[in-house]
Design a protein around this ligand. Structure first.
Ligand code: ADP
Length: 583
């Protein structure tokens, strides 16, 4: 049905529910005609004395009785309609939100590189709410009204086709106005949606950066950007409302001009003796009522067209292919090799420069390999390629001889622990934040991992120990404490490969010692790749790979590289001289 299923991203159940909702709405619409038909009958009965006939009270009582039955039927139809339309659509949009969130989880990182957070949030929350509105308040009513109009039109045509034609001849004209002006309204709708997005972006940036804004005295400048975005959104909303209002009102006037036309044609037919007075009067009564569904259609249709534009992003999101691969294949050996790998970031936010160039590497299993090199040389990128956050443009990345491109990302991730610099913490307890590492772990295992990662020191001094809530992104914790939580997660996960991005920011000596302790417990017997910024960690590395501009320029042990007197030796000497180089 008009590809509704694909367009509204409906599940099979959602689609069948929608069909039931349309049927229920049609029944309600038609049931509303019952009291109206009875009123007309009463009216005709009351007019009988005028025509020299006798008014029958017996019949009048029957009509009153029928009126009561009709009221009951309308109530039942409405009740059924409510259940079928609203309850079903809220259930479907709940499923839809979960589906979109699941889909996002499986999307390649390139997708996120071209979208910022507020756009994604708007997608899940806003667009799903829009879809919900379409499902509950627009589609069923729109189609049900369409069906009702067709049924009524047919019934009138049987009664008198000339008058029926007069009543409905203005309707196509009115819809033509809406359809022809679609280009203008679509363009306006797009601008309106963009302005809303820009405003929510600015609000988010303003709130997130409030500390920096205050401390750097940027309040004026940042506020005016936000102010402008909000003003622009207001202007676009007003413009859209105005143009939409003019078009819908125009179309409604065109439809209603049908009343005058019907009076004119009806009177003409009456004087020509083609129709009798009573049926004509009844027709006039019907005409006033009959335009109800048509006028509703004229307000719903532009809304539907707007929704179509507003949810375009969500459709793009859902139709973006996810990263796929084998989720059964076991990796048994953990040596990692890169062959002729080239890579550049794609997406709206990147410059598309080649970040990794023709790289050939071998990382031995069960030992520590350090990646060093100037900032921007591609160390983090390399670790992300190994974990298949991105797919390489050329060449292959293999773990234990298996191309990571052939593995399902979540399956691959079960073999890898990441300890990033920027630790993401959730608005939950310390305990639950650690348990994320392995949701199947027992309480003892979680606490053991926490202890091994030296979390006891700070967690037990908190008001409710491990059950203390962390607040949004753990804003109450220090950098070192956050890192220890992330190490505890990794310990709990106990994956055979550990990718470690050593902290660049200097920590206080106590934290530093505790983190080193925690890390040494984490990496025991694992295949470890450490992005090293300081020399201390490198001391234990079996292999050091020196990166420069996306290439591995040197590799070997510390002693070998020092003897070579190349880039490593230079960087090492500079750092020793404390000139701020990080290797
Ligand atoms: P390193 O870890 O050695 O400091 P990175 O791997 O982080 O280097 O970055 C290498 C290059 O890739 C840099 O020029 C950086 O600007 C770019 N880059 C890193 N991440 C992204 C990204 N998500 N999108 C676009 N470019 C990126």
């Amino acid at each position: 049905m008009f590809k509704l299923k694909e367009k509204l991203l409906l599940s099979d159940k959602g689609y069948s529910d929608l069909k039931k909702a349309i049927a229920a709405c049609t029944i309600t619409n038609l049931s509303l005609m019952l009291p109206f038909g009875i009123t007309i009958q009463i009216f005709a009965e009351l007019l009988k004395p005028l025509m020299g006939e006798e008014l029958s009270w017996a019949r009048m009582w029957i009509y009153f009785g029928l009126g009561l039955v009709a009221a009951l039927l309308v109530f039942l139809a409405n009740k059924n309609d409510y259940k079928k339309t609203y309850v079903a659509s809220y259930m479907e949009s709940e499923a839809n939100r979960i589906r979109v969130a699941e889909h996002i989880r499986k999307l390649p990182m390139s997708f996120f590189n071209s979208r910022n957070l507020s756009e994604l949030t708007t997608n899940i929350m806003g667009d799903c709410a829009t879809e919900e509105h379409v499902l509950s308040h627009i589609i069923p009513q729109l189609l049900a009204n369409g069906i009702s109009i067709a049924v009524i039109c047919l019934a009138l045509a049987i009664f008198d086709w000339r008058l029926a034609l007069t009543v409905f001849c203005t309707v196509p004209l009115a819809f033509l106005i809406i359809v022809i002006s679609r280009k203008i309204t679509d363009r306006l709708s797009e601008k309106h949606v963009d302005s809303k997005l820009e405003a929510s972006d600015q609000v988010q940036e303003y709130l997130e950066g409030i500390k920096v804004i205050k401390s750097c005295g940027l309040a004026g400048a940042k506020f005016s950007t936000l102010d402008n975005a909000i003003k622009h959104m207001k202007n676009m909303s007003m413009k859209l409302e105005f143009v939409g209002g003019v078009l819908v009102t125009g179309a409604q006037i065109v439809v209603q001009s049908g009343i005058g036309l019907t009076v004119f044609v009806g009177t003409y037919l009456l004087t020509a003796g083609e129709i009798r007075l009573i049926p004509l009067l009844m027709f006039f009564l019907i005409v006033v009522r009959i335009y109800g569904p048509v006028l509703t259609e004229l307000t719903l249709l532009p809304e539907l067209l707007y929704m179509q534009v507003a949810t375009a992003r969500m459709r793009t999101l859902v139709s973006t292919p996810v990263m796929e691969g084998n989720s059964e294949r076991k990796i048994r050996d953990f040596n990692i090799t890169l062959q002729n790998v080239s890579f550049s970031y794609t997406g709206k936010l990147s410059k598309e420069e080649t970040v990794i160039r023709d790289l050939n590497l071998s990382i031995p299993p069960n030992s520590i390999t350090a990646l060093v090199g100037p900032s921007g040389s591609g160390k983090s990128t390399l670790s992300k390629l190994i974990a298949r956050f991105w797919d390489v443009n050329k060449g292959t990345v293999k773990i234990g001889g298996i191309d990571v491109k052939t593995l399902e990302p979540e399956h691959l991730m079960s073999y890898i622990s990441f300890v990033f610099q920027d630790v993401v913490l959730f608005n939950d307890t310390v305990y639950n934040n650690i348990r994320i590492g392995n949701m199947d772990a027992t309480r003892e295992q979680v606490l053991a991992a926490a202890r091994a990662a030296c979390c006891d020191e700070f967690a037990l001094s908190m008001p409710e120990g491990y059950e203390t809530l962390l607040g949004e992104n753990g804003s109450t914790l220090s950098g070192g404490e956050r890192q220890r939580i992330s190490i505890a997660r990794a310990l709990l996960k106990n994956a055979p490969i550990v990718l470690l991005d050593e902290a660049t920011a200097s920590l206080d000596p106590e934290n530093e010692v505790l983190i080193q302790q925690a890390i040494s417990r984490l990496i025991e017997g694992k295949t470890v790749i450490v992005i090293a910024h300081r020399l201390r960690t490198i001391a234990g590395a079996g292999k050091i790979i020196v990166m420069d501009k996306g290439r591995a320029v040197e590799e070997g042990t510390h002693e070998e590289l020092m003897r070579k007197k190349g880039l490593y030796e230079r960087l090492y000497t500079i750092q020793q001289d404390s000139l701020g180089w990080s290797v």
